[in-house]
Design a protein around this ligand. Structure first.
Ligand SMILES: [Cu+2]
Length: 289
């Protein structure tokens, strides 16, 4: 009798443990879709971005999930125009964010890698409302580069909806990683890669811009772990990797040498700020320093 009740208690305890471990914790997140003017190193541009508060910030929130983890998302649209919250292949319908409205979504991903979320409206996506979701990469440190290119005047035309598309003669003049350009990229803990010697890391890269951006690593080859638009390149180890417009990729870096190494877009226009070098899409890898 005593044994029986002991077994019962053990079974109950086991059931409780199973319940706890099998219930995905889930991530509750509130995002604000903001649109407004920002000043970056004296350059004034109009920007839309997904932020953690009503304060406009040119850096979109980086969302980190485990495989199959539920993302319980509330998106508050502070713009007076409607937007969407779009993830290609995952959330493409019933995803409208009404003007000044609030919408909830539940999302999960069953494959490790990097994904892009964005507002598919011209006055959203084309002025920067586009960010990184990375999934199942928690085993290593993760760094994220959200690439973007823009023409200053054009951002204002798009924001006011007086332009509804990219111009035929697009002349980009600023080139951003995580909503800022060099040298301020080095102040961003997601853009600047800092590792101990022989440490490994993932770098998640989304190209939210209109140009293809070809990232060139000094000192290292990185392995392509995932790509939404170029899956045929998975497994390749390269020091120069094209990140196509709209692509979301994951690289694995093995920091096997000490030192400070630049990483930059190999397209020379993209390492300038309004025509002046150096600027734009330059960041660094610091190993063991
Ligand atoms: Cu170089």
């Amino acid at each position: 009798m005593e044994l029986k009740s002991k077994n019962k208690a053990a079974a109950l305890l086991l059931a409780c443990l199973l319940l706890v471990t099998s219930t995905a914790v889930g991530l509750d997140l509130t995002l604000y879709l903001n649109k407004g003017e920002v000043t970056l190193q004296d350059e004034v541009i109009s920007v839309a971005a997904f932020n953690t508060s009503e304060m406009i910030n040119s850096k979109n929130v980086i969302i980190s999930l485990e495989i199959d983890e539920e993302l319980n998302l509330v998106v508050i649209n502070t713009d007076t125009l409607e937007h969407t919250f779009t993830v290609d292949g995952y959330l493409e319908s019933d995803n409208v964010l009404p003007a000044l409205g609030e919408v909830s979504f539940t999302l999960s991903f069953d494959e490790a890698g990097t994904y892009r979320y964005y507002s598919d409206r011209a006055y959203g996506e084309l002025i920067g409302a586009s960010g990184v979701i990375h999934v199942g990469l928690g085993a290593l440190p993760v760094f994220s580069w959200n690439l973007f290119d823009l023409n200053k005047d054009h951002t204002f035309d798009l924001a006011s909806a007086s332009a509804t598309a990219m111009p035929d003669e697009y002349q980009p003049e600023l080139f951003l990683i995580n909503g800022r350009f060099f040298p301020e990229t080095l102040d961003d803990a997601d853009a600047l890669v800092t590792l101990d010697l022989n440490e490994e890391a993932y770098i998640t890269v989304v190209n939210s811009g209109f140009m293809d951006h070809v990232m060139h690593f000094h000192g290292f080859h990185v392995e392509i772990i995932s790509s939404q638009h170029q899956p045929e390149r998975i497994g390749w180890s390269k020091d120069t990797i094209p990140v196509k417009s709209g692509d979301a990729m994951t690289f694995r870096l093995f920091a096997n040498i000490e030192g400070v190494y630049p990483v930059h877009d190999h397209n020379l226009i993209a390492v300038t700020n309004t025509g002046f070098y150096p600027g734009g899409m330059i960041t660094q890898i610091h190993v063991g320093q």
